[in-house]
Design a protein around this ligand. Structure first.
Ligand code: GUN
Ligand code: ZN
Length: 445
């Protein structure tokens, strides 16, 4: 025990995952403590287990000094992880009536152009970071806009709250409005400066962010590859194989590539630190290439439904050995809630040969996301030494949910009901590094 900084002892029902429970859920993949304890020191998990067992293992001095948080009757899980989201697009969520390419041209690009105004970028980043906490999301992989100041704005908002996040400046040098266009050289200069300013600072990490193949020239995709080589541990985020119109366009833009995945492969952008949003229309061959490269996919079910992009077969991707996280993809996604996103993932999976089971859905929103983003050495579950980011959820947040929960027979049913019927109204508290950051509908500053 650190005598100057006593620990925190949290009592709640606790669920966390050690690995993917798989299609036939393997109970050794998770731990659930109905009367559980999480003991935290210096923002890190020291012990997680049953209440009696954790207390018995704690030295008396530590027990006497600890701050005690009583969330009995609530469910405590690791902070949610949103593997792919665009903070500047929160203001166009739910824009009516178009598929991907028209939606980008008519709704998205104008919204991103507006962030040329640095004040608006700061206000948008503040709003977004606050809403993350309100939804129990403590980590996200975030697209800014092409403007370097939009990355500064987001990292500043995240740093103030000690969020563990990835973010990057969108790189686009063709097929977009002039006002959103950079060049390979400008992208190099601006990204290098941002990497020097932010990457590895506290809990912030830089993600090289070419928007997608159609809006970057081959020269700019090469710059993305060179950037990844320019500093250790950089991440990469982009989009892949989302919409049929997009696929046809990529074929005409890159006639020498075997398929969409091959575009990124040829530019050295398939690697373990990479995560691609969507992957709805991938062939078996493309899935095998992704699995072999170690690159991950971000499954964006509400976005795919909203833009009519198609039904991603998440079980197939996992069976192929591809790491997978869950993502809101706001503003094409229609909610920042990872509970709503889990529900959408289940509903989309019902249109595929194998539905996602409740355990796998909770895994994907927590430890699965950490693994997909290659952040699992720090976050994702409550094994000893992990950063203590967590969310406390109310099983009874609405009358409909309470009534349903009262009539569930077992934990799997309750967990499924909570994700299907829940949303941010279920979030009692969000804790960052053990500290309360959002409680009872209010941000704690
Ligand atoms: N593909 C390229 N850009 C975007 C974007 O902003 N959102 C989505 N859903 N797909 C994209
Ligand atoms: Zn996206």
């Amino acid at each position: 025990m650190n005598p100057h900084n006593p620990g925190t002892l949290v009592r709640a029902s606790i669920l966390h995952f050690l690995r993917d429970p798989g299609p036939e859920p393997d109970p050794s993949a998770w731990q659930y403590f109905e009367d559980g304890a999480l003991y935290i020191e210096d923002g890190r998990v020291r012990r997680c287990g049953g209440w009696d067992e954790v207390l018995a293992a704690l030295p008396d001095m530590a027990q006497a000094a600890a701050r005690y948080l009583d969330y009995r009757g609530k469910l405590l899980v690791p902070g949610f992880i949103d593997c792919h989201v665009h903070y500047p697009q929160a203001r166009i969520m739910g824009a009516y009536g178009r598929q991907l390419l028209d939606w980008l041209a008519h709704d998205t690009f104008p919204a991103e152009m507006a962030l040329a105004d640095a004040d608006l970028a700061r206000a948008s980043a503040e709003h977004f970071a606050q809403r993350m906490l309100a939804h129990g999301t403590t980590t996200a992989s975030v697209f800014a806009t092409v403007h370097a100041h939009s990355v500064d704005a987001f990292f500043e908002a995240a740093q103030r709250r000690q969020l563990r996040v990835l973010c990057g400046k969108v790189m686009m040098d063709r097929n977009c409005p002039e006002a959103l266009r950079d060049s390979p050289e400008q992208a190099w200069e601006e990204c290098r400066a941002l990497i020097d300013r932010w990457h590895g600072k506290e809990r912030l990490r830089y993600a090289v962010t070419p928007r997608f193949a159609p809006t970057s020239s081959a020269a700019q995709l090469d710059v993305a590859g060179r950037l990844l080589e320019s500093a250790p541990d950089l991440h990469l985020q982009s989009h892949l194989s989302e919409n049929p119109g997009e696929l046809a366009w990529v074929r005409t833009l890159f006639p020498d590539c075997r398929d969409y995945t091959d575009v990124y492969r040829q530019h050295g952008l398939l690697r373990p630190s990479a995560i691609y949003g969507h992957g709805v229309h991938l062939s078996e061959g493309e899935l095998a290439v992704l699995a072999q490269s170690g690159a991950a996919l971000a499954f964006c079910p509400s976005s795919n439904r909203f833009l009519g992009s198609g039904h991603m077969d998440a079980s197939r991707a996992l069976a192929a050995g591809v790491r997978l996280g869950l993502a809101s993809d706001v503003g094409a996604g229609t909610s920042l809630s990872m509970l709503r996103t889990m529900a959408a993932a289940y509903e989309v999976s019902m249109a595929t040969p194998l539905a996602l089971n409740p355990w796998r859905l909770w895994y994907l929103a927590t430890q699965g996301g950490a693994e997909a983003l290659r952040l699992d050495e720090w976050i994702g579950n409550f094994t000893e030494g992990k950063e203590a980011d967590f969310v406390v959820l109310d099983w009874q947040a609405t009358p409909d949910l309470a009534w349903r929960i009262a009539h569930c027979d077992d934990l799997a049913e309750r967990l499924f009901a909570l994700l299907m019927l829940g949303d941010e109204r279920c979030v009692v508290a969000t804790h960052i590094l053990g500290q309360a950051a959002f409680v009872s509908g209010q941000e704690r500053r």
